[in-house]
Design a binder for this molecule. Structure first.
Ligand code: C2E
Ligand code: MG
Ligand code: MG
Ligand code: MG
Length: 293
């Protein structure tokens, strides 16, 4: 019956706001835009965290911050719904800084060996003040720039390489590291690796997740791993969904990995208990009488 169909559909595609007619789609889009505008000052946009693992030692290296919209009625909304609209509406900068601020405040309490990665979208890289805004946030929150990594995609470099170079230069002057995200997709060009002083390459999940069933994927991952080795750039594989894939990547010389095999993106309470369990929350360690001195 209809009620059951609706509830089933809501369970499966809770985020599918774009069903229905074109007119409805436009209304929905406008509603989302308004929701974003109101949601930023209300603190509805929050960071989630995905573990990044050193594949040789199995040690936790840090976390990638992934934005989520904690919508009052729709639940947790993933970024592919709100980021494109926030970009079009000129709100991605404010949204991103609001989420980053929360993550910096949290991450400054972690063990100092742990890093935080944040994603910067192509639209954000058109803001000449982006580096200054990030640095200001670091100073205000007290999170050390040396522990921050900024992930940018190749498509960001297309529209204004000069501006991207100057922003990246300012970030690097502060000690912030730069990763090339989703490498191998989009308008890939090896020239990009020379145009910017990257500190890391992240292999896109589309190659990683199919590595054991698709020989082309395996060949591409192998080539990227070799490239990283000869350029002396660490390689992170994203989208490691099982142990076999992780093993394969490690054998191919990938330094780091992340993906559902290691853990789904977590909310902050989960991060805190994970870190406390590993003794990587110095403040918790100090107050825990059972911890070693
Ligand atoms: P990304 O930076 O490539 O992030 C990785 C995406 O892959 C995340 O999706 C993550 O949840 C997902 N993922 C991780 N491991 C696995 C896996 O093993 N299997 C599968 N199937 N998926 C996995 P998410 O969180 O939906 O983010 C999507 C994209 O949204 C990100 O891609 C990033 O480009 C963008 N994004 C997320 N947060 C922010 C943000 O704060 N600012 C900006 N500008 N972009 C963001
Ligand atoms: Mg990323
Ligand atoms: Mg990525
Ligand atoms: Mg990706």
């Amino acid at each position: 019956d209809i009620a059951m169909y609706v509830s089933k559909n809501q369970g499966r595609g809770r985020y599918n706001w774009f069903d229905g007619s074109m007119e409805r789609e436009l209304q929905t889009r406008n509603a989302i835009e308004l929701g974003i505008r109101n949601g930023i000052p209300r603190g509805e946009f929050v960071p989630y965290y995905e573990q990044q693992i050193d594949l040789t030692s199995g040690r936790l290296h840090g976390f990638e911050m992934l934005a989520r919209w904690n919508h009052p009625t729709k639940g947790l909304v993933p970024p592919d719904i709100f980021i494109p609209i926030a970009e079009e509406a000129g709100m991605i900068g404010a949204l991103s800084l609001a989420v980053m601020r929360q993550a910096f405040v949290e991450a400054r309490n972690w063990d100092p060996t742990l890093t935080l990665s944040v994603n910067i979208s192509p639209t954000q890289l058109k803001d000449p003040w982006l580096a200054q805004k990030i640095v200001k946030l670091l100073v205000e929150t007290g999170f050390p720039p040396q522990r921050l990594e900024v992930e940018i995609t190749e498509s960001s470099l297309f529209e204004n390489l000069g501006l991207a170079q100057s922003i990246v230069g300012s970030l690097k002057n502060q000690g912030i590291r730069i990763a090339l995200d989703d490498f191998g997709t989009g308008y890939s060009s090896l020239a990009h690796l020379r145009a910017l002083p990257f500190d890391r390459i992240k292999i896109d999940r589309s190659f990683v997740s199919s590595i054991n069933d698709n020989s082309e994927s395996a060949a591409i991952v192998n080539a990227i791993a070799k490239l990283g080795e000869s350029l002396n750039l660490p390689i992170t594989a994203e989208g490691i969904e099982d142990e076999m894939i992780g093993e394969r990547l490690r054998a191919l010389g990938c330094n780091e990995g992340q993906g559902w095999h290691f853990g789904r993106p977590m909310e902050i309470t989960e991060v805190r208990s994970l870190l406390a369990g590993k003794g990587l929350l110095p403040s918790a360690r100090a107050t825990d009488p059972s911890a070693e001195p």
